[in-house]
Write a new protein. Structure first.
Length: 182
């Protein structure tokens, strides 16, 4: 007869891997199919709902899964979507953003269940994400003024993400899965 403790650990790791893969896929799909290319930027620019999904993943599942979902989902989008040069920057920016949101939302004994803390988490993550993209774009184009043009789009994307993530998280936290498991 197999020891339940040794059986449940691999099973939990597999479940965590599956959840993380699903979250990364949701971020990827939200970035690919729910986006608007900004015509104001000559070097590109995108407003997408992947940020909302990153916020949702981080709030509902914590910093590690949030960081991985954001980095993998949006990094993969850059790789397959014709933005390859941005992939390393995106991976760092979105991993940090997902980690920050999850870490704050899951602090002080909370597990993404405090709306005010979740809002603070998302707001605190925005300057970090913008700074990473700003520095990355400055290095890519050897120009520290041009990246300023990306900031309005980044802010719009994050505000839209907050507006979507807050009610979605409130609704999902009321489902039996989150009441039972978290």
């Amino acid at each position: 007869m197999q020891n339940t403790q040794t059986y449940s650990k691999p099973r939990q790791k597999t479940f965590d891997l599956v959840i993380t893969a699903m979250l990364a896929t949701l971020v990827f799909v939200s970035t690919v199919y729910l986006n608007i290319k900004l015509p104001i930027l000559s070097k590109g620019g995108l407003v997408h709902l992947g940020t909302a999904m990153l916020f949702i993943a981080s709030i509902l599942f914590g910093p590690k899964k949030g960081a991985l979902a954001g980095a993998i989902g949006m990094g993969l989008f850059d790789i397959v979507g014709g933005w390859m040069i941005w992939a390393p920057i995106t991976i760092v920016a979105r991993a940090l953003q997902g980690f920050i949101v999850g870490k704050i939302a899951w602090s002080k004994g909370h597990k993404g269940d405090n709306i005010a803390l979740n809002l603070v988490a998302m707001i605190v993550s925005i300057p970090v994400m913008i700074a990473v993209y700003y520095i990355g774009e400055g290095i890519l184009y050897n120009n520290w003024v041009a990246p300023l043009a990306s900031i309005p789009g980044d802010l719009t994307q994050n505000v839209l993400g907050i507006i979507i993530a807050i009610p979605v998280c409130i609704i999902l936290k009321k489902t039996p899965y989150f009441k039972k498991n978290f």
